[in-house]
Design a protein around this ligand. Structure first.
Ligand code: GLU
Length: 498
């Protein structure tokens, strides 16, 4: 669905700062952001911090950082400001109280003085009678409003309950993802909107905010679908237009169970720290439940921001697929130019691994770009470059050899001959000629000359200089290491070779 609402699109992402930003929340945020951008609307970030026992300032900061890393810029909200603030629910308490009291005055809500014991007794009695309705028995609905006011004012503990109108009939939620979902209003009890401790319930605070912030579309996880009929009742009581709802599916692990720690990383931070690129991660999450068409796997942020629509959001649960995420990340890395890869991926990773000092890099730009072009095709996660580059940051006589690679390539017959021939051929190249193409030119004739397969010649050389059997092309591998070290390492490996 594009925007069928007449008003300019206003959407919000409303995380509770009770933990880190998880992948499910991140995808909800992405869909809200993309829907706002695709419709020229406004994206609002609101912090639902009314649960004082679980909300922390630290979690709020973690969420804001994650939002920034994801590149989901918000138009209104913390730090951005805006005309509908404040954007923290704890700073909006007066609004909730005023709204609840207004509903009481308008006879759309009422004070309830039932004690927890009384409610429990009523519930048990209804269960014993096998009543089809086991919710609140509306005990306090009939109290004379003036008397109720007086009792509430005198400090008698009370909650405020909304009056679900007797004639309300079915509540049909027109959901942009699930279609029309019908709820029987008779099954809703007169639920609490304001607790006896002076705090609003989620279903009330969220509607007061969404109404006063002019939210036109509510895009959120479908764990909230069951709350929606109650929220519709609140909109109607407040006399506010009901927004369009879009409840998006849960994200499940590969075993079909709700995503949890057992499945690996769940928070945005963990993915960031594991070396995923923000663009790739956003692309991957956006495609968990939405696709511009059946095939596309690479959807740029710009495309998302222009083409996202609720029409193509699936109501089936999305399954987390780490292999697809890796594939997409590798694609984004490959799309970087060598210069970008060197500057944004390689050098920062080498610095954070302690192999380079940011202020005194060991090589020139050309060298890093060559390294970038060599490593890029073999990189899935940014930090993969560290293992690949390690041989370049090891002293020649401290290089350690992978025992399997030694067994397979150096202890085999002919390895010594191959190393001798390679050393001779390479020694003929001077320092100034030391380039990938010249190195390959020098080594290429050897298999024929020695009557050996290519692997038998090049692999011992590779193991000798890298310590393992995997590396980019032999020319680039040796060029990056330099003439002196390459020759020294081949010499040293001779003692291991058969
Ligand atoms: N703070 C709620 C949550 O994190 C918001 C739900 C909603 O979008 O209404 O679940």
């Amino acid at each position: 669905m594009s925007n069928t609402n007449q008003n300019p699109v206003r959407v919000r992402f409303a995380p509770s700062p009770t933990g880190k930003l998880h992948v499910g929340g991140a995808r909800t945020a992405i869909y809200n952001w993309a829907f706002a951008r695709a419709n020229g609307g406004t994206f609002i970030l609101r912090i639902d911090d009314t649960d004082p026992t679980r909300s922390t300032e630290e979690n709020t900061q973690v969420i804001l950082r994650a939002m920034r890393w994801l590149g989901l810029d918000w138009d209104e909200g913390p730090e951005a400001g805006g005309g509908c603030g404040p954007y923290f629910q704890t700073e909006r308490m007066d609004l909730y109280r005023e709204a609840a009291e207004r509903l009481v005055r308008e006879d759309k809500a009422y004070y309830c003085f039932c004690t927890p014991q009384k409610l429990e007794e009523d519930r048990k009695a209804a269960a014993e009678r096998h009543d089809s309705f086991q919710g609140y028995q509306r005990t306090c609905r009939g109290i004379d409003p003036e008397e109720a006011q007086r009792r509430a004012k005198s400090g008698e503990p009370c909650t405020i309950r909304i009056k679900v109108p007797d004639d309300r009939g079915d509540i049909v939620v027109h959901d942009a993802v699930h279609g029309d979902v019908t709820f029987n209003a008779k099954e809703l009890d007169d639920f609490i909107i304001f607790r006896s401790d002076g705090t609003p319930t989620y279903n009330f605070a969220t509607v007061v905010d969404d109404a006063s912030m002019g939210i036109t579309h509510i895009i959120r996880g479908d764990d909230h679908l069951s709350n929606t009929p109650r929220q519709v009742v609140v909109y109607e009581a407040l006399g506010a237009p009901t927004p369009t709802f879009a409840h998006i599916s849960m994200i499940l692990g590969a075993d079909g169970k709700k995503l949890s720690k057992r499945h690996g990383a769940t928070s945005v931070e963990e993915y960031r720290d594991a070396g995923y690129l923000s663009d790739a991660f956003v692309n991957y999450l956006a495609l968990l439940g939405w696709a511009p068409d059946g095939e596309t796997t690479i959807v740029s942020r710009d495309r998302l921001a222009s083409e996202f629509s609720l029409d193509h959001v699936s109501k089936n649960p999305a399954i987390m697929d780490p292999k697809k995420l890796d594939f997409i990340n590798a694609e984004y890395l490959r799309a970087l130019s060598d210069a970008e890869f060197a500057k944004d991926i390689l050098i920062p990773e080498l610095v954070s691994a302690g192999l380079e000092n940011e202020k005194a890099l060991r090589h020139d730009d050309t060298w890093y770009e060559l390294a970038a072009s060599a490593f890029k095709p073999r990189t899935t996660l940014s930090k993969d470059v560290v293992a690949q580059a390690r041989y370049l940051y090891t002293d020649d006589d401290e290089l350690s050899y992978d025992p399997k690679a030694v067994k397979r390539w150096l202890s085999k017959q002919g390895a010594r001959e191959a190393l001798d021939a390679a050393a001779d051929a390479l020694a003929k190249l001077g320092e100034a000629q030391w380039s990938a193409s010249a190195i390959e030119g020098a080594l290429d004739p050897l298999p024929n000359a020695l009557g050996m397969g290519k692997g038998k010649v090049f692999q011992p050389v590779r193991v000798a200089v890298v310590g393992s059997a995997a590396s980019p092309g032999i020319g680039e591998t040796l060029e990056l290491l330099g003439r002196e070290s390459s020759l020294a390492r081949i010499e040293r490996a001779k003692s291991l070779a058969a």
